[in-house]
Design a protein around this ligand. Sequence first.
Ligand code: XUL
Ligand code: CO
Length: 438
Amino acid sequence: MSGFFDHISPIQYEGPESDNPLAFKYYDKSKKVLGKTIEEHLRVAVCYWHTFCWDGSDIFGGGPFDRPWHGSVNDHTAALMKLDAAFEFFDKLGNPFFCFHDTDVMATAETPREHTENFRKIVDAIEAKMASSQTKLLWGTANMFSHPRYMAGASTNPNPDVAAFAALQVKEALEATHRLDGAGYVMWGGREGYDSILNTNLKQEMDQLGRFVAMTVEHKHKIGFKGDIWIEPKPHEPTKHQYDRDVATVYGFLKEYGLEDEVGVNIEPNHATLAGHSFEHEVEMANALGIFGSIDFNRGDPQNGWDTDQFPNDLRENTMALYYILKGGGFKNGGSNFDAKVRRQSRDAEDLFYGHIGGMDLLARALQNAAALIESGKLQAFTEQRYEKWESGMGKLMMSNNATLGDMAKYCLKENNSPEPVSARQEYLENIVTQHTK
Ligand code: XUL
Ligand code: CO
């Protein structure tokens, strides 16, 4: 045991009446909900980057966090210390999964050879660590946005040598994810976008990105990785226009490059709201397009127009999102990754526990609310009834490709019917959600 969290005992479920801030009040992992345990439904993951890498620095100042596992230089010894801290944290929190970027886990590298060497060395150590832990890998990814070489993008860079470095990173990270038995692989296009159209060949960059994602899919099949690949939409930040702005845009991109059956989406609520959407809109859009994959749970700040990555705490928002996740069949390879960071003034290691305990309790509650909404059947019944006329008559003929525009017009004239508007009952439905938000 490395002893970074000696003062914290393993987190237990104590129930809603508990006063213990270091206990779960709702995340009763073995409780059954709609035939599966809460743990099996949610597939909670802790992310490496915000939790173990970030030192609390922001654009105005250095890092105030107390992180004894951060070495003075990020060499392999420091990477091993961080790994010890991470698995001690996982073992105490009891999260079944974790997620990482290559650069989160490894010693800093400058050249391609150094990158490969340092990354492979730490993947060996992660594999050994996982052998004596219950925590599995939800997904891996490559960080192709922090290093200045990626200033103008990774695969969308004007310089193909930068894309080649990105290819090396993705190849290594995908192979490591496969080796560590990850359920998925995420591609967030950190700087796959542009700041000014004046210096950008948009079509060329989109084609580069399309080919790069296709090469990643080809490599997945070549190495026999059976997990999923997910793109993580975000409208802007760091670039002004990110090519993968929201779920619908990503779907259009996948269609354009023939990848819609191969790649899904990892949805993040703070990215959804930055794009002007609600979280549940993005989930249901992914369901409708058949590309729902995984979630990076967090929240933004309604008054701040950027990606604040706070731990989720809005019960209604998450009840709604989980309702649409369950309605779509729930998580398969995906899960609930907390892409969330404690605030800069929450400097102690125990604040990391408060953040995750709160998030897991919230999701457990939201899941049970969502299950109750599914079981009541009221929202579903109302929506089905609203569209039932499409199951017969002219509606059915149109949707089965058995009517032309002329046929519809002829029918309309024959019936000579001016349809009466019908109430959509929004408040009635909102009251049902309120009644189930407990
Ligand atoms: C950035 C973001 C990333 C991805 C992984 O906004 O969400 O952390 O989740 O690269
Ligand atoms: Co994310």
